[in-house]
Design a protein around this ligand. Structure first.
Ligand code: ADP
Ligand code: MG
Length: 274
């Protein structure tokens, strides 16, 4: 029998890319004018990759992430996740879809202060028909995955920022989602905790086969991810624009690493040039 890992049974057939955006735009009305938060973005991410979206503040990173995780819907264009057109789902369908398929991680952890780690992690399981015993068992397993099996009964105020973010990651994986979506998960952490969190996200991809998409400002993320997409002013950068952004990041990191990022993003990712 298969190893006792909390992965889904996956179809043997090639399921296509995990994430596929086709000419996706999202604009917001602000008074009389329109803000184009994301403009004509197309990209593909294969299953089981760890991907970073990078770019300056206001470049549309969170907008893009919210479209992928089904928190928001595009103004135009198609969003497919796991082969499903999620841009067509109603609010209710989208909420149900998210509960089953997506684990969310936020910059400020968003843990419930009165609940201990185990109860925080068990929260998303309330949407499923499981006994309290089973919810606790699964929460403990998820906390073990993030290395916090010895913190089950700690409340958030008894833990460091790095530990709290690991609890939040346990909460994101407890439902065994296909996709982990993290918006600036290291934005509020010191350097060492940030590396631990990035390493953990990479482990989820390597050991559990999760697809992990993350927004970050942190050049250190380059060492951990498989692909990087660069954004600027609501546009996904391609070709040399992406290469230039990638080189600037590598310079910021102070190393001359092999070109995993923009190159992979435009090649393996199939970021389609237009
Ligand atoms: P980032 O995450 O890269 O900092 P965002 O995706 O949050 O950028 O925002 C991109 C642009 O869209 C910004 O100009 C922002 O002000 C605008 N924007 C984002 N969300 C909204 C909203 N709900 N209403 C109006 N404008 C928004
Ligand atoms: Mg943002």
């Amino acid at each position: 029998m298969s190893a006792p890992r909390p992965t889904h049974d996956r179809p043997a057939l090639d399921p296509g890319p995990m994430i596929a955006l086709d000419r996706v735009s999202r604009s917001y009305r602000r008074g009389a004018s329109e803000v184009h938060a994301l403009l004509d973005a197309s990209l593909e991410v294969p299953e089981g990759r760890f991907v970073a979206f990078m770019g300056p503040s206001g470049s549309g990173k969170s907008t893009l992430l919210n479209l992928i995780s089904g928190i928001d819907r595009p103004s135009t264009g198609q969003v497919r996740v796991g082969g499903r057109r999620i841009d067509r789902l109603s609010e209710d369908e989208l909420a149900r879809w998210r509960a089953r398929h997506v684990g969310l991680v936020f910059q400020f952890f968003n843990l419930m202060p009165v609940l201990d780690a185990r109860d925080n992690v068990a929260l998303p399981l309330l949407l499923f028909r499981l006994s309290r015993e089973e919810r606790r068992r699964r929460a403990e397993l998820a906390l073990r995955v993030v290395g916090l099996a010895d913190r089950l009964e700690h409340t958030p105020n008894m833990m460091s920022g790095g530990e709290q973010q690991r609890v939040a990651i346990a909460r994101a994986i407890v439902t065994d989602p296909d996709l982990i979506v993290a918006d600036e998960p290291t934005g509020d952490l010191d350097a060492r905790s940030a590396e631990v969190v990035l390493g953990l996200l990479r482990t989820l991809r390597q050991e559990l086969g999760k697809t992990v998409v993350m927004v970050t400002h942190d050049p250190r993320a380059l060492r951990f991810v498989d692909m990087v997409f660069h954004l600027d002013k609501g546009r996904l950068l391609l070709g040399h624009e992406a290469d230039r952004a990638q080189r600037a990041l590598q310079a910021a990191l102070g190393v001359d690493e092999k070109g995993t990022g923009a190159v992979a993003a435009n090649g393996a990712a199939g970021g389609r040039g237009r």
